[in-house]
Design a protein around this ligand. Structure first.
Ligand code: C5P
Length: 270
């Protein structure tokens, strides 16, 4: 039995956003009899902020890897470890392992290699760990055929100017974000996590290919924002230059999570 997905990929080329595009009707792969529309872009990374495996799997059962990427953070990973992460990857989901590494270069590089071995799609580290740490991480995964996207955390959105001053940084948060994002880029990382409000200046400074991952997304900015302060709608964040939208509660606590994902994907592909 031929691998139809592989055959299909061979028969397609990618457009400027990396999406598969058919060459033309006449040269369509004859193995594909049930051809549907070319794959749509899904910018959403659903934050699986659940406390245990049972709740996570109960929620994920309704999702489809074509609708979203998923993210596991420190709470769920500490509770469930590698097994749940691998089982979700085996279900076909692209997994963002959001463990925000920050350690000596060797330790972070080894952790990134383990993530790559697991088949993780995206992994992050604090850019304030410095150039040698980020370069070691980039070098550690460079040889993988499918290497994870390496993402730098700049300034936590929970920190404001007074917090930076207390750790000896007399600089505006946005200035520090741009400084660390430039350092991350020149150290070989693929992108950064930032607030959607910082996406436009970062896109200008760092170019079109640098990945911007933005949390703090709300469907209705006038509605319930939970504990997020600097929020944007999906359309606003994408227009500002976000590549991926991290969405937790607006999806996980929605009456119909799949309908929310379909709507965001519709906006992203409009
Ligand atoms: O529920 P909500 O959409 O606010 O979830 C946002 C997710 O993004 C959470 O998993 C949170 O930990 C994460 N995050 C964030 N702000 C950052 C980095 C990550 O909200 N600066």
């Amino acid at each position: 039995m031929p691998d139809l997905r592989f055959e299909f990929t061979l028969y397609c080329k990618k457009d400027d956003k990396g999406r598969l595009k058919t060459r033309n009707e006449n040269t369509m792969n004859p193995l594909i009899t049930d051809f549907q529309t070319p794959q749509q872009r899904t910018p959403v990374i659903v934050a699986l902020d659940f406390a245990n495996e049972k709740d996570t799997l109960g929620f994920v059962r309704n999702l489809d890897p074509a609708l979203c990427q998923i993210k596991i953070g420190k709470e769920l990973f500490t509770a469930t470890g590698r097994n749940l992460a691998e089982s979700l990857i085996n279900q076909g989901f692209k997994l963002f392992l959001d463990l925000k590494y920050h350690d000596i270069p060797h330790t972070v590089a080894q952790a990134c290699k383990v993530a790559a071995d697991m088949g993780v799609w995206m992994v992050d580290m604090h850019a304030s760990g410095g150039r040698r740490m980020m370069e070691a991480a980039a070098e550690a995964v460079a040889g993988y055929q499918t290497k994870p996207l390496l993402i730098g955390v700049t300034v936590l959105t929970s920190m404001e100017q007074s917090d930076l001053a207390e750790i000896g940084l007399n600089i505006a948060p946005e200035e520090q974000v741009i400084r660390l994002a430039k350092l991350a880029q020149s150290s070989g990382l693929d992108g950064v996590v930032c607030s959607a409000q910082e996406a436009a200046p970062l896109r200008r400074e760092l170019g079109q290919d640098f990945v911007l991952v933005t949390p703090g997304i709300r469907l209705d900015v006038a509605g319930n924002n939970d504990d997020q302060r600097r929020i944007m709608t999906p359309a606003e964040a994408l227009a500002a230059g976000s590549t991926y939208l991290v969405m937790g509660r607006p999806v996980t606590q929605a009456a119909d999570p799949v309908a929310v994902l379909r709507e965001v994907n519709r906006v992203a592909n409009a």
